[in-house]
Design a protein. Sequence first.
Length: 615
Amino acid sequence: MADIIKLLPDHVANQIAAGEVVQRPASVVKELMENAIDAGASTIKLIIKDGGKTLIQVVDDGMGMSETDARLSFERHATSKITSAQDLFNLHTKGFRGEALASIAAIAHVDMQTRKEDSEVGVQLKIEGSKIVSQEVVATPKGTSISVKNLFFNIPARRNFLKSHQVELRHITDEFHRVALVHPNIEFHFYNNGSELFNLPKTKHRQRIAHIFGNRMEDRLVPVNEETEVVKISGFVCKPEFAKKSRGEQFFFANDRFIKSPYLHHAVTAAFEGLIKSDMYPGYFLYLEVDPSSIDINIHPTKTEVKFDDENTLYAILRSTVKHSLGQFNVAPVLDFDHDPNLDTPYAYKEKDVILPKVTVDASFNPFKETSESKGMGKSFQKTSVKGWEDMYEGLDKDIDVEEFSSVVIESESAVQGTLYTDEEVEERLAATFQLRRKYVMSTVRSGLLVIHQNRAHERILFEKFLGEITVKEGVSQQLLFPLELTFNKQELAVLNEIKESLTNIGFAFESLKHETVKVTGVPLVVPESGIGTVLDHLIADYMEGFNDGTLSQAEVLAKVLSKNLAIRTGEVLDQESQLALVNNLFACKEPSLSPFQKITYTIVSEGDIDKKFS
Ligand code: ADP
Ligand code: MG
């Protein structure tokens, strides 16, 4: 029988390997930038077109390559960085696998120009799908420039899998941040479609962070420093009051390499315990230095997952170091061990069930009782107002308070009998709504009891409203008497520019959208003036975060984000008018039964269902 096993040709093997190394344009950016750093560059330029789908170019002024090295660099397992497996335990370079260039060249059109300082001329190599198509002598500055065009040109399935330009650009920007944050001593430039996104001069860590994430960052950083036998920790955490709703600025670097570590992330979060809400994320930029032999960065081809020898110790050190820094810089009580945690936790009060004074003027409650016992009116009001009227119903299934229960029966009876009200008034009364547990709005309908989820229903209403306004551009704007100046970082500003037109359509008015500051002169009626900054922050974060998976139009994405951020929340007390408006507006919607996030907005408990309970 004939032998059937064959060695794969190199270009096929390279394509397969490329699948691991290059997932998207951002992976190419990472590899090329890391090579530039390994080559000792002091200035690195990143040039992107169309989210990297058309062009990714990295230009460095590093050591360059000889003609032979230039050709060899595209071979698989060709590296100048290690010579034996032992070297793996003493790595001081970013790369070492010798796979990146070979992989990239297998799935794109690559053009490399490189010159060593001591060579008079450089070499230009063009490679398409692993094949060298041209090699020429060129005059080129010292260093290396690599352009990667038409990524995945020969793997259509992968190319189609790429997301929109904006999404890919965001991934690239993330990689850029990760590299730029560890090398403040290197100057970086980042251009996208001809415009400069970042221009980062040589500086120190703290300023580098500010240059990337906006100058407002400077005052928010608390330094973290600790040196032990196991690890040296430096860097910054953000003050708790600047914690974000979305995972934004969270960076761990181990030996100058960006890493992901849910375990260490937990250690930092634990240090913030009691200082921020559980659904908020602290910002941090933490640089760990460990003995290279105590860390294994080889377990993942893209090398963001690492294994530390002694993770538990690292966890404990990190947690106490961050805690200590927060304490030292007066942002947390240092001796918080014996305290009632609630006392040190400002947000805990917010989370407690608050009895809102609004309830006391909820005149819709108990109108019958008022008139039937005119003398005792004040008293009965007092009682309900203190407890919150929904609390009256809360205990019904557990321990029935006979007195309260009977008073409820009496009032509904009097209404039905209509002894005090005309028929019309009784009708009105019957059509009225009430709120249950600050979560549901209840009303009677012909077939039974209507229960509306206030938050989801309002999301639906706002979603349809905003969607309409964005498309027909008819949002009503409320002019601000005193225009508001808000600061944003470059990335946020880019998003804001992207969605500006839609925001204008729904009633936002911006006077200038310049570097870092934005002047807001008008907002939609539904946006409270006090919350403009927060709303915009959340909008940008949510928009960046993933609603935009390419399947929805920008208008839909925005309408969703807006509705999510502006809808009435569970826990909010609604007055009678708002309750009625909610019911009416919901049923005026095109699709009243589902929230924009595909959750049920209301249900009807039928008379039959109720009857069953009594059978
Ligand atoms: P690795 O970085 O793992 O060694 P790569 O495929 O990324 O593998 O690169 C292969 C080799 O090409 C490197 O080891 C290095 O010698 C050389 N090289 C790549 N990029 C550059 C660059 N920008 N400047 C100088 N040499 C480079
Ligand atoms: Mg490399």
